[in-house]
Design a protein around this ligand. Structure first.
Ligand code: CA
Length: 512
């Protein structure tokens, strides 16, 4: 049985998306009586009412364009019938003019987390080894192997040890304006709540990025009595073996402290959740991202911090975000980050290449506004309470825009620096993406992918398209899964297999 089905994402929408495999023929009748006047391919739009020439076409509750000519109810709203609205210039955007009313608080949801001295709460108990320069990456890996092989078993409450390896620290213009981004990213990475505040740094000795800059202020003061830095060129070491022993001694001190950490019941408001997508397809904006948006609203209602990112994927719908800013200052911060990225791309003689791809259009996306709407829908419907420049640490609750490139690895690294303790990742094509520092819940847009990648995908949002679930039910499932994974009661597939991507710093500054 192939009952004709469509998905309408907002009550004010006058178009909906056909979800049946292979599309639907002329005459197909939906359960509500709507009948197709002609064939409509899968993922494409059908008019839910008559739309006169010049009238707005609404999807996601927003105008994606105007009707180029009269469109009758039940007909295919193909790409050529939708005019492309002009993207408003950044300097003329409305700020905080449509701030969503607060939704009712969601009380009573908790998770078992590791509370830190600074008030933050981790979802994992991990020893992180920072480094001030790429030159020591090999030693960091060596030390991590030794710790895993010889030490970790003696500290049963510690989940893991990770090296925060990167490609920065020397051979770079350390005083260039763009250098602030990788430097604060490294500083804030070490402070991720999953690391318990127990910072240690491997250094070479001659690098431009001084290792002291990676320590929090309190640790620098303690450097004499409780050293946190091991420097390979330190003359007290004779040979590599002694350097390793020096690093292991510091690691033991930190493992002792971390091993005393215990999970305790924490309100869901202590969660810091990052949202990202990668390998998107036509259903991303129909199934997975709306379900993630629903869960994001639940998290915000529960008082948590939720951050979404990926500048190049929100740029063409940013006028819909500036109006959702909680106040004009936050709206201006959003504009600031968009303008900075426009300049960054222009300096590289690139633009945001905003045009939808042939694959997007074949999948039913009429234009870039519709594409960007499909991406930002994962931000839900809450007011935007804050904006972070790349690598800045979040200090506020609610929905935050953390400006990052859309690159999965750079976005993941920057969100970790901003303090996420768990990430939700939606994918249509499929990717084995994972982070060593925080669990990643992967949500598929289609059931076919979730079935084929049954041991890589954690949640199937494709059931929304097949009618086996709704945005609300999958959103609630994701919310509950976040609490389970954050509590350590459930393991995501990437962690079960140990699939973890390398960190990738965002360095907009020159390399020398
Ligand atoms: Ca991405």
């Amino acid at each position: 049985m192939n009952q004709p089905r469509y998905i309408r994402l907002h009550e004010s929408d006058n178009v909906a998306i056909v979800v049946n495999d292979g599309g639907l023929p002329r005459g197909a009748a939906f359960a509500d009586g709507l009948r197709l006047t002609g064939p409509v391919p899968q993922g494409h739009k059908v008019a839910l009412s008559d739309i006169a020439q010049g009238e707005p076409i609404r999807r996601y509750g927003e105008v994606i364009g105007n009707a180029v000519r009269d469109i009758v109810r039940g007909s295919w709203v193909e790409e050529s019938l939708v005019s492309l609205p002009r993207a408003p210039a950044l300097e003329r955007m409305e700020l905080a003019t449509r701030v969503p009313a607060p939704q009712p608080p969601l009380a009573g949801h908790t998770f078992e987390g590791y509370r830190n001295a600074d008030g933050s709460v981790g979802t994992r108990n991990i020893l992180a080894i920072s480094s001030s320069v790429q030159c020591v990456a090999g030693m960091a890996d060596f030390v991590v192997r030794r710790i895993k092989d010889e030490l970790l078993a003696h500290y049963p409450n510690v989940d893991d040890v990770v090296a925060l390896n990167h490609t920065y620290g020397c051979g770079v213009a350390i005083n260039a304006p763009g250098a602030i981004v990788p430097i604060r990213t490294l500083q804030n990475l070490a402070l991720n709540p999953n690391f318990g505040g127990e910072v240690m740094v491997l250094a070479l000795g001659c690098e431009k990025l001084r290792p002291e800059r990676l320590l929090p202020a309190g640790a620098i003061a303690l450097e004499q009595e409780r050293p946190a830095i091991v420097t390979m060129q330190d003359e007290r070491f004779t040979g590599f073996g002694e350097m390793v022993e020096g690093a292991l001694a510091l690691a033991r001190q930190r493992l002792e402290v971390l091993n005393r950490r215990r999970r305790e019941t924490c309100p869901a408001s202590d969660l810091v959740i990052g949202l990202q997508c990668g390998g998107s397809d036509a259903f991303s904006g129909v199934t997975a991202n709306p379900a993630v948006g629903f869960a994001a609203d639940l998290l915000v209602r529960a008082g948590a911090t939720v951050m979404f990112s990926e500048v190049t994927e929100v740029r063409d719908a940013v006028q819909l975000l500036t109006t959702r800013a909680i106040n004009e200052e936050v709206g201006r911060a959003l504009i600031r980050e968009m303008a900075w990225y426009d300049g960054y791309l222009a300096a590289g003689e690139a633009d945001r290449s905003a045009n939808t791809s042939p694959g997007n259009k074949a999948g039913g996306l009429a234009n870039i506004v519709e594409k960007a709407l499909g991406s930002i829908v994962k931000s839900g419907s809450s007011p935007i309470t804050g904006v972070l420049a790349p690598g800045e640490r979040a200090s506020q609750k609610g929905l935050i825009f953390a400006a990052t490139p859309a690159s999965d690895f750079v976005c993941g690294t920057l969100q970790l620096a901003s303090g996420i303790t768990l990430q939700v990742f939606t994918t249509g094509r499929g990717t084995p993406y994972g982070l060593a520092a925080a669990p990643v819940i992967k949500v598929s847009t289609r059931t076919e992918l979730a079935t084929r990648w049954h041991d890589l995908i954690d949640l199937d949002a494709g059931r929304i398209a097949t009618g086996d679930a709704t945005i609300e039910t999958v959103g609630w499932e994701l919310f509950e899964l976040i609490l389970e994974v954050a509590s350590g009661r459930k393991q995501v597939w990437a962690d079960r297999w140990g699939l973890h991507n390398a960190l990738a710093l965002f360095n907009p500054g020159p390399v020398t």
